[in-house]
Design a binder for this molecule. Structure first.
Ligand SMILES: C[S@@+](CC[C@H](N)C(=O)[O-])C[C@H]1O[C@@H](n2cnc3c(N)ncnc32)[C@H](O)[C@@H]1O
Length: 166
């Protein structure tokens, strides 16, 4: 699907450029975030939103489903998880198919988080967890998340702010 905004094309290009050195720079930082947020074992079909190079799949020892806008990040992720290239504002999945949706350090790339949150609500089975972190830019993302989910826990997660929701 063609990208609808210049901002998204820029994000895609930026991450395509970052892909080769992403893990060297961020592996241990992201790993630390996973350990803060992923205390319970997730079961069933899991979607990783903005999966990047697939580090979360490696952490979980599980072949989850990853979606990302950057082809180059996905080139690395495809050995670890089942990947789909796409935009998280328009998820190419049926309603209520996932048992959990997880997203680390990705939503801050969006100019408006509402379309992606609405899509997560649509594809997530009712009563299932949504675990999300994003770079803490001091904006009121909490209010946006609360439009679609019940927040169970808010955690400082390195540079990110993390939410565990239902
Ligand atoms: C900082 S990386 C985090 C990657 C991964 N979640 C991790 O823990 O290492 C942010 C990722 O979000 C992806 N991304 C940004 N905007 C996106 C969008 N609209 N749809 C899908 N992926 C997006 C980028 O391509 C990038 O791979």
């Amino acid at each position: 699907m063609p990208l609808r905004t210049a901002r998204k094309r820029r994000v895609q290009t930026d991450y395509d450029r970052t892909a080769l050195f992403y893990e060297k720079r961020y592996l241990s930082i992201q790993w630390e975030k996973y350990s803060i947020m992923m205390e319970n074992h997730l079961k069933g079909c899991i979607l990783d939103l903005g999966c990047g190079t697939g580090l979360l799949s490696e952490y979980l020892h599980s072949r989850i489903v990853g979606i990302d806008i950057s082809f180059k990040m996905l080139d690395q992720a495809r050995t670890r998880e089942r990947v789909v290239q796409g935009d998280m504002d328009f998820l190419p999945f049926r309603n209520e198919v996932f048992d959990a949706v997880v997203s680390f350090t990705s939503l801050q790339n969006l100019s408006d988080v509402n379309p992606a949150l609405k899509e997560v609500r649509r594809v997530l089975k009712s009563g299932s967890p949504f675990i999300v972190t994003l770079l803490n830019k001091g904006s009121s993302v909490e209010k946006e998340i609360e439009k679609y989910f019940t927040i169970i826990s808010i955690r400082q997660c390195g540079e990110d702010i993390g939410f565990i929701c239902w």
